[in-house]
Design a protein around this ligand. Structure first.
Ligand code: AHR
Length: 328
């Protein structure tokens, strides 16, 4: 009897060891659901350049706190080299998942390859990378920026419907090389090119900041005093433009129309006040969906490769109605 029990116990141990090594390739990770408190995520944020970014950071931190998952957070201050350093440090620390919102589109292959070699899955949030190898990340969660640019262009086309006089536009671009700057310019240009009355007379980066939007508008208004419209790639630059327009003795929203992207509270307030004329929404509330992706990845599941955020647009009346319950 004693011999039989010993044989059964030994057999069970062998089966357990065999099961472990066959399921996980010897890594010790069976793909089974992990306790949230055992998961560590490294998040490399762009910076704190805009109201959108502040809302995005808060939402991500709150969502991971609620989920009980440890989040290591770094702020790259809009510098790619800082983000690369942060990602390398997350690789060294052996986090379970790395998530980041790339400051610019290009130049990521080497560090993403390092993460892949270390078997750490990477999730892109908000912004894309420009890489031929899409195996370097497991999922990309964020807006369709080309579509946002198109929506801004569509508004312009309908606003000036029936007018034959030229419409002169100043474009305030986001950070040079960043996906939202590239795509919002492309989507907008695609729509307005159908009518030759629309002319972008000047286009310069304001780096997605209020100060940048103000400074660039001040300078461009001097060389283009007869401009009709400012298209700003985000609310913050539009808000900076408002300050510059008012300082020049003009009325924003009337003398110069303004269309922006984001729909953060300050932008929505300016729209409600008639200083901005139209806003295309870009949602910063990506935290909950990012937590879901992390849980899927850690459980050995395959998340969708591209998850596009749902968004709308706002005119003045819609902004007035939305403001009291606006979360960010
Ligand atoms: O990547 C999203 C963009 O980055 C937002 O539109 C802008 O406000 C932010 O800085």
């Amino acid at each position: 009897m004693k011999k039989l029990i010993t044989a059964i116990a030994a057999g069970a141990m062998i089966m357990a060891l065999a099961g472990c090594s066959s399921a996980d390739g010897g890594t010790g990770d069976t793909g089974a659901a992990k306790d949230p408190s055992d998961i560590v995520v490294g998040f490399a944020q762009v910076g704190a350049e805009s109201g959108w970014r502040t809302a995005n950071t808060k939402d991500i931190q709150d969502s991971f706190k609620t989920a009980g998952i440890e989040l290591k957070f770094s702020d790259a201050q809009q510098k790619q080299e800082n983000q690369i350093k942060a990602i390398r440090s997350y690789i060294t620390q052996g986090v379970d998942v790395i998530a980041f919102s790339p400051v610019v589109e290009t130049g990521w292959d080497a560090v993403l390859k390092e993460a892949k070699d270390a078997e750490i899955p990477v999730v892109l949030t908000d912004r894309a990378v420009d890489s031929k190898d899409d195996s370097l990340y497991v999922s990309f969660l964020g807006s369709d920026f080309i579509e946002e640019g198109k929506k801004a262009g569509d508004w312009l086309v309908s606003e000036y419907e029936g007018q034959t006089d030229p419409v002169k536009i100043i474009q305030l671009e986001g950070t040079t090389g960043a996906a939202p700057a590239i795509d919002r310019a492309e989507g907008f240009a695609d729509v307005i090119k159908a009518d030759s009355k629309f002319e972008i007379v000047a286009s310069q980066t304001g780096d997605f900041t209020r100060a940048g939007g103000k400074q660039v508008t001040e300078a461009l208004l001097k060389s283009n005093p007869d401009v009709d419209v400012i298209y700003a790639h985000n609310d913050d630059m539009g808000l900076g433009a408002i300050e510059a327009i008012e300082a020049a003795g003009l009325v924003p929203g009337t003398d110069i129309k303004i269309v922006t992207v984001d729909a953060v509270k300050d932008g929505m307030q300016a729209l409600a006040d008639g200083k901005i004329n139209f806003i295309v929404e870009c949602s910063p509330l990506l935290g909950k969906q990012l937590v879901d992706i992390v849980n899927q990845v850690v459980a050995g599941e395959t998340p969708e490769k591209r998850i596009i955020t749902e968004e709308t647009t706002f005119d003045q009346e819609q902004a007035i109605a939305a403001l009291p319950t606006r979360q960010y």
